[in-house]
Each structure stands twice: as C-alpha cells, then as structure tokens.
Ligand binder design. Structure first.
Ligand SMILES: *[C@@H]1O[C@H](CO)[C@@H](O)[C@H](O)[C@H]1NC(C)=O
Ligand SMILES: *[C@@H]1O[C@H](CO)[C@@H](O)[C@H](O)[C@H]1NC(C)=O
Ligand SMILES: *[C@@H]1O[C@H](CO)[C@@H](O)[C@H](O)[C@H]1NC(C)=O
Ligand SMILES: *[C@@H]1O[C@H](CO)[C@@H](O)[C@H](O)[C@H]1NC(C)=O
Ligand SMILES: [Zn+2]
Ligand SMILES: [Zn+2]
Length: 638
C-alpha cells in the first residue's frame, strides 16, 4: 500500500534552525511517526476500503445531538491548499445524512444548527453581485433544523433581502431570529423568519423550544432593525412566549445565536438569568458565534454553550442527555458533564468517515452530497475563481509568527505591498512623506504557498473599502499607530464595545491563548515544547487546534500539536518618510481605510491634537488592499 497522508504533515510555521543532533533525532522520530500514523490516512480509490486513523476521539451521543456550523463566510469549497480542512459542502451534506441514519437506528435525535455570517471571506460568496448569489444556493442544500443570521447578513441591504427572500423562505419554520427585523416595501417591520420555534424531535419526540439572538450590533442597514437582548427580554412577545410554553411543555431549550458564548461577553448570561426565572431546571443548550473560535462554556449544571469556530474548519458537536443527573458532591463542571458533551470535528474526510462509522468513500457519499460537490466545481469554474493571478513562494501567516517576522503577512504588506498604493490625484502627495495605517482585522486569513487566484484575494482581504487621507504634522502623525495600539479593545462608540480592530479570533482571548514574546529565537521551540509536554502531545501529530474550554482540552476530535498564536496589534503601518524633511511641523500624508476614520479621530483627540479634522478627511484611492495585493503578486510574486 502506498502511503499518501491526506492531512498535511508540513509545518504551518517554518522552524528556526535547530542543532544537528536534534534535527537528526527529530527526523528519525518524524519518519517513524509518519509511518505509524499515516498508513491509515490513505484513500486509494472510491471502490477500495479506506482506513481511518484510530486516534480520532469518538463523539459522545446523547438523547438529542447537534451539529453546528458557524461563521462559514462562504468557504463551501473547502480549504483548497490546507488538507486538514479539505472537505467541501457536499461532503458535509453526506456526513449529516450518515449521522441522521445512526441517530434513527438508535432512537436518538440529531439537529443541525447554523448561526450565521455566510458572506465576506471567500471568492465563492463575494465575487458575485450581490454577494452570495451563487454560494447561498449551495449552502441551503444542507438540511438545517435551526438556522439564523449574523452581522454579515446585515451590512448591505441586498444581503438582508436575500436572507429574507431566499434563505428564510427556504427554511420556513426552521429559520429563527428573535431580535432582528426586516422592513417590507410598505414600511412594516416583520421578523426575519420566526421569533421562536417550538417542535417535537423526529425520533425521541423531545419537545424543544428554540430562540435565537444576534449580539448588540448597531451597523445594520436601513432596511433592517436589531433590538439588543437587554431590550428584547423586556418586550411583550418575549414574556408571552415564555408564558405560552410552560416548563412542563419544554424538555429542552435551545438558544442559538450570532453571539459569543464566552464568559467575558455578558449578553447571553443576561438572557440566561431571565430564562432561569421561567425555567429553573430545564436543560438549555446554547450555541454561539461571531468571535471565530472553538469554545465551550458551562452556564450552570443544566446549561452549556458551544461555539464552532469559523471558515468551515470545524463542525461542532454537542449532545444532551435529558435525564443526566449529577451527584451532590460533583463540582459544577462535573455536574454539567453528566448531561452534556462537546467535540470539535475537523472539516475533513477522515473525521467525517470516522464519525459516520463507514470505511469507504463509496459508503459515505450520498447522491445529494455528490451533486453539491459537483455544483461547487462547476460554479468555481464559471466564476473563474481558480484562474491564476500569480505565484506565492512562501506561506505568510496572520499570527503563527511574530508580527515582524519575514513570514508575517503584515511584514509583506507594510514593507512591500502598501508602498505601491497611489493617490488618484498625484498633486495631493506631500513631499515630506506618507504613512499608511491598516487595522489588522482587514486581513482575514493566511496567504498560503502556491497558486494565487481571485479566490485567494477574497480569502486574504475581502473588504472593499476606500482609502482616505489626512494631512497632519509629522510629530502627531508618527504617534497615531502606537496610540491605537495602546488600547486593548478600540471602540468607535460605546455600543460597539466589542468590535475590535483585530481579526475576530483575537477578540476576548484568554491570555494563555497567545504566545508571549520573551526570549527571541529560542523561544518558539521552547514554548511549543512546553505546550506539547503540558498536553502530552505526540511530536508527530499534525499542527492544528488544541482548544482549552470549560470541559478541558480533549474537545478537538483530532489530537493536534498546538499552533502557536502570537499576539498582534490593533493596527500596523507602512512608513515612507523623506529623510530631509523631518521637522515636527512638516506635513505628511496619513492614509487609512475610511472604515477606521472614527478610530483615527479618536486617537488624535487622545494625542491632544485639538484641530477638528472631521471635515479634512479626503478621498485618496479606491484601490483597496485585495487589489493592491493582486497587482503586487502578479508583478513580483511573493
Ligand atoms: C461583496 O463582498 C465584498 C467583500 O466582502 C464587499 O466588500 C462588498 O461590499 C460586497 N458587495 C455587495 C454588493 O454586497
Ligand atoms: C404591509 O404589508 C404586509 C404584507 O403584505 C401587511 O401584512 C401589512 O399590513 C402592511 N402594512 C401596512 C401599514 O400597510
Ligand atoms: C443529482 O443530480 C442529478 C443530475 O442533475 C439529478 O437528476 C438528481 O435528481 C440529483 N439527485 C439528488 C438527490 O438531488
Ligand atoms: C503606482 O504608480 C507607480 C509609478 O507610476 C507604478 O509603477 C505602480 O504600478 C502603481 N501602483 C499600482 C498599484 O498601480
Ligand atoms: Zn464571522
Ligand atoms: Zn459575526
């Protein structure tokens, strides 16, 4: 048998040179490990048997089981250059069908949940006008039992309209949105979908009441309206609904929404307190979203929350035993473990086959799944997503290397790409120089080695913002970026208190998530070794998520070596200064995305710059970051 690992064994991070002896030992260990582990990772052909890796952790089934997707942002083709997340939406459809068969055979139930953000992050969704016109018809072929929207469905009215007319219409009673409304042409606001869903499960006849809330999002378009949780729970419909469904009518409450389940985010906990007034002992399963991480929180011994990552890297699994009972001596966590379980399934075929308990692709794929895979291939072709723009020779990372490392994508952008930005009006250009500031959240994903395509552009930097400019004295201009980086969470106004300038998975992370910069070069390897020892990680495992949550660190279905995440600042800057004009009063151009104008103005105030600059912000260019990157890679490679 030939061995061809399906999961890449290559390092996401290129390691610093290690002494030869270590390298040799590493090489031998690595080879042996590769042989042992990866003889199972082998897919010879559709008709032959497929062996799966026995080290994948099994799912724990309960009475009611869930698969959750969230923050897919259009990634239905799978991760084309990362084998670890290589499955596509058609494979996921087959997977769900197989699990439904298992559930039916064992008189258990399985419910599929999606918690929104289906645009902005992938060519398949973003290359069309309106966004999503080709990707949503693919997405909705998954048979969700509970589905709702995210903030990315609410920036542009066109997206909200599709949500109302296509997605909500398609899913009918299964589309639930308790606090977002849509404006009909005659001006009447109606819920998008339904404010709640009350239903009985197919097999065990469990009575479920489901509610769904979006976080307190304020940048919704005029055709929509969001009522924050704190106000929703005071409204009549809410108390009416709770009165209508008394505790004896509800076996399980499901609250799923586009909102983090982290203990640091108070909104769901406020809701929880209110729900417990009406349902003191009912089991509650929460599902969260928005901050793009794998996470699991214990609310109390009868309620927990799961959040299933981002970008089709993860299918989340949750299960509930309705009669799970804790012993009086149990800790809160142990008590919750009597009723609930969770897993984070890697979005690839090994994991899908393993949990489906089948061992050939032939037995795995369903006709519908294969049809959808084919639809994806055809759609990509018609949208020319795979047409090559240029070649990328290295991997460039968002946070797997320190920010000033040659393989940091921010190093590439600030040193090479941003300097190619030209003003539309050349007479605007100051001779003293220019600073371009970008928020790190304007980059969505790593840039991987290989063919750079239209799809890559949308993956790395999907946002189509205009550049604007302020002319400012050098003295003040040079301080803006560090002022913006002084604050942990930059807020544009009090309502958006959680909208940070960083990429979502850097919001609200516990400190242990990040590698601390301590000892230069030595550090990366040591830190990694420390983590490996702590988690008892075998060296030969592929790199990936090692999630630490309220239930411990065994939730990832595939044991990984942990990736090292470095902290990143709120903003980075490209600095091009004229060395001959460096008096404090020389005026330089400060260029930034119009999107962060409020943050720049905030920083100037903090720097005691008293001139009101609000009216001086002028248009600079519409050559947004994705386009700059395209032309840079087309001309120079990367
Ligand atoms: C399409 O998606 C891009 C990338 O996310 C976004 O910048 C643009 O505003 C979207 N356009 C429409 C019409 O929704
Ligand atoms: C607006 O249209 C909806 C649906 O057709 C209807 O139910 C509602 O009564 C209308 N509202 C007004 C103010 O005409
Ligand atoms: C799959 O596609 C074929 C050809 O388009 C169609 O005839 C068939 O009904 C589809 N099957 C399912 C289950 O959707
Ligand atoms: C900006 O102008 C320079 C000089 O004319 C040109 O070489 C470069 O390609 C332009 N940059 C872009 C992104 O078009
Ligand atoms: Zn998202
Ligand atoms: Zn979101």
């Amino acid at each position: 048998m030939e061995t061809q690992p399906l999961i890449a064994t290559e390092e996401p991070v290129e390691r610093k040179p290690t002494p030869f002896k270590h390298r040799l030992v590493g090489l031998i260990a690595g080879l042996a490990g590769a042989l042992l582990l990866f003889q199972f990772f082998f897919f010879p052909g559709p008709r032959e048997r497929v062996h799966y890796d026995l080290s994948i952790r099994d799912l724990t089934w309960g009475d009611v089981n869930f698969l959750q997707t969230t923050d897919t942002h259009g990634w239905y083709s799978g991760h084309i250059n990362q084998r670890q997340y290589h499955a596509n939406w058609g494979d996921f459809i087959s997977f769900a069908s197989r699990l439904r068969e298992i559930a039916r055979a064992n008189n258990q139930d399985i419910l599929l949940v999606d918690t929104g953000d289906r645009h902005d992050g992938n060519g398949l969704s973003d290359v069309t006008v309106p966004n999503g016109s080709k990707s949503l018809p693919i997405f909705i072929q998954q048979e969700y039992d509970l589905i709702t929207l995210g903030n990315h469905e609410l920036y542009e009215f066109e997206n909200s309209r599709q949500e109302y007319e296509l997605v909500a219409a398609h899913f009918g009673s299964k589309y639930v949105c308790s606090n977002v409304e849509y404006k009909l042409p005659n001006g009447t606001f109606v819920p998008i979908g339904n404010k709640y869903r009350y239903f009985t499960t197919e097999n065990k006849k469990v009575r479920v009441l489901a509610l769904s809330f979006l976080f307190d999002f304020t940048r919704f378009n005029d055709g929509t309206r969001v009522t924050p949780i704190r106000d929703s729970i005071e409204q009549e419909w809410f108390s009416d609904t709770l009165k209508q469904f008394q505790p004896e009518d509800v076996d399980l409450l499901v609250v799923f929404g586009h909102i983090p389940i982290s203990h640091k985010w108070s909104e769901l906990y406020l809701l929880h307190t209110r729900l417990r007034e009406s349902y003191p002992n009912t089991k509650i399963q929460y599902f969260g979203a928005h901050s793009h991480i794998r996470d699991f929180s214990v609310f109390d011994e009868n309620s927990v929350g799961l959040q299933s990552g981002r970008f089709c890297e993860t299918v989340g699994w949750a299960s509930v035993k309705l009669n799970g009972k804790a012993a009086p001596s149990d800790s809160l966590i142990d008590a919750a473990k009597e009723s609930f379980s969770r897993s984070y399934i890697d979005f690839n075929l090994q994991s899908f086959l393993h949990h489906s308990r089948v061992d050939s692709l032939d037995d795995f794929h369903t006709e519908r799944g294969l049809n959808v895979s084919k639809q994806i291939v055809d759609t990509r072709k018609s949208l020319k997503l795979d047409d090559e723009i240029g070649k990328v020779e290295n991997n460039y990372y968002l946070d797997y290397v320190p920010i000033n490392h040659p393989k940091s994508i921010f190093e590439l952008l600030t040193k090479k790409v941003l300097p190619t930005l030209n003003s539309t009006k050349s007479e605007q250009v100051s001779s003293a120089g220019r600073i371009i500031i970008i928020n790190t959240g304007s980059i969505r994903y790593d840039l991987y080695k290989g063919s750079y395509t239209l799809d890559s552009q949308y993956i790395v930097s999907p946002f189509e913002n205009d550049w604007v400019k302020l002319s400012l004295p050098r003295k003040v201009a040079l301080k803006i970026a560090s002022k913006l980086n002084d604050v942990q969470y930059i807020t544009t106004d009090s309502q958006q208190s959680f909208e940070s300038l960083k990429p979502p998975h850097h919001w609200n992370q516990p400190d242990h998530f990040f590698t601390q910069m301590t000892d230069g070069d030595k550090f990366e390897v040591e830190q990694e070794q420390e983590k490996n020892d702590y988690f008892n990680i075998k060296k030969q495992l592929p790199k990936g998520y090692v999630t630490v949550d309220d239930f411990g660190h065994d939730g990832d279905d595939t044991p990984h070596r942990p990736v090292v995440n470095y902290p990143i600042p709120n903003v980075v800057e490209s600095v091009e200064l004229n060395p001959h004009l460096k008096s404090d009063h020389d005026v330089i151009d400060v260029v930034f995305y119009s999107f962060i104008t409020p943050n720049i103005i905030w920083a100037l105030k903090e720097l005691d710059f008293t001139r009101d600059v609000t009216k001086d912000v002028e248009f600079y260019s519409d050559e947004y970051l994705g386009l700059l990157l395209n032309s840079y890679i087309e001309n120079f490679g990367a």
